[in-house]
Design a protein around this ligand. Structure first.
Ligand code: ATP
Ligand code: MG
Length: 309
């Protein structure tokens, strides 16, 4: 049985804002990443799954329960890290000290982790006696992550867990998330860092305008995107003329000033034709590489084609 099953979920805030049709499944012992532009519907989806917001229609099963009807039970089994600066209250008193907040949260669970060990793990020991309001943004993020984990949840929702974290803290968070997965926890996270999704996620759900555009593993989503040829050269090359010189239906595009991509697939003939054309026209092509497309490149294509809400 999956950790989360969402089917045809809809929630309208206004006639245009909200989510209109979200379906996905998140497996246990796996990281599922919800990706999408600002306003795509990630937080709304997470809040509904956590029982923090009511849906208008659709079905949601969280650990095989309804998140509204079984809220009391799920609070014990599910950890939540709300989006920083979002509308979901963190429930933390600004003047409470980090250690007190951790102990208060831990006391609500039957078998909590030891707060001190968790603080140490997230490099927060030095601020354990600091009031919440005096923490830096990244320290607040780390405390918020610790609070989501202190109850030994079976499932965690992390809404932009690494936003604002420094490079070291981001690595610590990644390690922690991987350990949680190994120990059988289901993790649902949102992120704008596509490299993070590529590194961590077993499954990716791409949202846009309140709907699901694509789902699959990062490998699924970038597969079939056979290698393209990339090179840099002076801006403004005549890509129509270059395309006319290419075999096998290959086309050349200037993706950014001075950056060129040739696809949809490359083979030795295409590479030879590109370099021959450059030689004929006295063009020095630098950084000539072939590479499969990154998740970021696939994401940009998908989301720009559909537009935002
Ligand atoms: N409380 C609210 N009242 C009215 N509209 C809202 C509310 N919360 C979100 N919305 C709207 O619903 C849509 C989805 O918002 P949501 O917060 O779910 O997006 P998101 O994908 O989490 O975006 P971000 O990446 O910026 O966090 C947006 O159009 C947003 O303006
Ligand atoms: Mg959000």
């Amino acid at each position: 049985m999956p950790a989360v099953e969402v089917s045809r979920l809809a929630k309208r805030y206004t006639s245009t804002a909200g989510i209109s049709d979200i379906s996905f499944t998140a497996e246990r012992r796996a990281v599922t990443a919800l990706l999408g532009r600002n306003g795509a519907g990630k937080t709304t989806t997470v809040e509904i799954c956590c029982g923090l917001r009511r849906r208008d229609s659709g079905t949601v099963r969280v650990l095989d329960r309804d998140p509204v009807a079984a809220h009391q039970e799920l609070v014990q089994r599910v950890g939540v890290m709300p989006q920083a600066g979002g509308s979901s209250a963190s429930g933390i008193y600004p003047s409470a000290r980090v250690r007190e907040v951790m102990e208060l949260f831990a006391a609500q669970y039957a078998h909590p982790l030891a707060p001190a060990a968790l603080l140490e793990r997230l490099d927060l020991t030095s601020v354990a006696a600091t009031p919440w309001r005096r923490l830096s943004g990244g320290e607040q993020q780390r405390v918020s992550l610790a609070l989501a984990l202190v109850g030994r949840p079976e499932l965690v929702f992390l809404d932009e867990p690494t936003a604002g974290l420094d490079v070291h803290a981001r690595r610590t968070a990644w390690d922690l998330i991987r350990e949680l997965r190994s120990s059988g926890v289901a993790i649902i996270l949102t992120t704008h860092a596509l490299d993070e999704a590529e590194q961590l996620a077993d499954a990716v759900v791409i949202l846009d305008g309140g709907r699901v555009l694509a789902t699959g593993s990062p490998a699924d989503l970038t597969r079939g995107t056979t290698p393209e040829l990339h090179f840099t050269a002076p801006p403004g090359l005549d890509v129509a003329a270059l395309t006319a010189a290419l075999p096998n239906d290959a086309t050349a595009n200037e993706t950014a000033p001075g950056h060129y991509a040739v696809g949809p697939r490359v083979d030795p003939e295409v590479i030879a034709a590109v370099t021959a054309w450059c030689a004929q026209h006295g063009v020095m092509a630098d950084n000539l590489t072939t590479a499969s497309r990154s998740l970021e490149s696939v994401f940009l294509d998908l989301t720009s084609a559909e537009g935002s809400p």
